[in-house]
Design a protein around this ligand. Structure first.
Ligand code: KG4
Ligand code: ZN
Length: 338
């Protein structure tokens, strides 16, 4: 039997992406990032959905040509149904529905959060895929949670943020430092040349496996206001040290709960997923726990960390094998539990 070929479409936030998967192998993974939001310091939903409308046809066309696949070769179309910005999701959803109808192939809806986690099963994502049950720290601009993954579609959130997501903390603190949006990758880069022990910030004291990041954001804000009153150039003079210190604090918060969960549940298969899993300090902390605690670690390739359609195509392929198809009357949903 020839391998299934599936088109995946992602449009939940500010990246328009299309990918072709054959079996578990990604043949193309195309993304158009929207730079329009940089000047606003965050994603503007209306602008995002308009940009998706402009990008979707060129991005899908390119995904076919890069993969050297004809439209008639595909067996199904997978798309992100949610969670995300409704106006953005609607563009991908409507496009996927129309194309599925015109090509007469099944439509498969995908949960964006499941996709971040199941990206680990893409053929070139890891030398070996994770073994069930595993823990996955899912950290993005909109979500921060520890997920116990018992099977492909049997996932339990055992801890999550009670306020801001970790990526949101990077982005909002970056804004205090006058950095562009998204600030996460910029902080990561500047932190490489800074002293992570230069400044200390208060860490949350929460029970169980939950997270909180709004307190640290506020403490950075007050600290900066106080210092800038004394020295108007405080941020510029200390930017690298500030970035290194805040990155260290955020990663310590993330890892402490992940370590507690792994210990309590006696699990040594540990993965990270989502945009913040691109962070070099988080990757180093995972590597350190591989050496110190014997964790088998699963760290996504960079192209599978931030929003991408390859992960959507991967989930669609798993659902295709199970015969889980979606009715054409489906609509997008901004909230969508795991
Ligand atoms: O998964 P993603 O692309 O979109 C959401 O589903 O939210 O994640 C985007 C988030 C942004 O907050 C961005 O600042 C953060 O991931 N991010 C990083 C890094 N690369 C992306 N945060 C820290 N370090 C990075 N290298
Ligand atoms: Zn995401």
């Amino acid at each position: 039997m020839s391998e299934t070929i599936i088109l995946g479409i992602e449009s939940s936030c500010d990246d328009t992406s299309a990918a072709i998967i054959k079996g578990n192998q990604i043949l193309s993974n195309i993304a158009a990032n929207q730079t329009i939001h940089n000047e606003y310091g965050g994603v503007v939903p209306e602008l995002a959905s308009r940009a998706h409308q402009q990008n979707i046809i060129p991005v899908v066309t390119k995904s076919f040509s890069k993969a050297n696949i004809q439209q008639n070769d595909i067996c199904a179309i997978g798309f992100t149904r949610g969670p995300g910005l409704l106006g953005s999701l609607l563009v991908g959803t409507s496009f996927a529905k129309s194309l599925a109808m015109s090509l007469n192939v099944p439509l498969i809806e995908v949960n964006h959060l499941q996709a971040h986690i199941l990206a680990h099963f893409i053929e070139d994502a890891n030398p070996q895929p994770p073994k069930f049950p595993f823990l996955c720290l899912t950290v993005s601009g909109g979500h921060t949670m520890i997920v116990l993954v018992k099977d492909y579609f049997d996932m339990e959130i055992i801890g999550k943020t009670i306020d801001d997501a970790a990526g949101e903390a990077f982005d909002k603190i970056g804004k205090i430092f006058d950095l562009d949006y998204p600030a996460g990758p910029i902080i990561d880069k500047l932190a490489k040349e800074g002293n992570p022990n230069a400044f200390q910030f208060n860490k949350p004291k929460l029970e169980n496996y939950d997270y909180s990041f709004s307190g640290i954001k506020t403490s950075v804000l007050y600290f900066i206001q106080k210092e800038v009153n004394k020295n108007p150039n405080f941020i510029q003079d200390n930017l690298k040290d500030l970035c290194a210190s805040i990155q260290k604090a955020i990663i310590e918060i993330l890892m402490k709960k992940l370590e507690k969960a792994a210990k309590d549940l006696n699990i040594t298969e540990v993965a990270i997923a989502g945009g913040v899993s691109a962070n070099s300090a988080l990757r180093e902390a995972m590597q350190a726990n591989h050496e110190k605690l014997g964790w088998n670690i699963y760290i996504p390739k960079f192209e599978y960390t931030t929003d991408n359609a390859a992960m959507i195509a991967m989930v669609a392929k798993l659902k295709y094998e199970r015969g889980e198809f979606t009715d054409l009357r489906i609509t997008a949903t901004s909230k969508y539990d795991l």
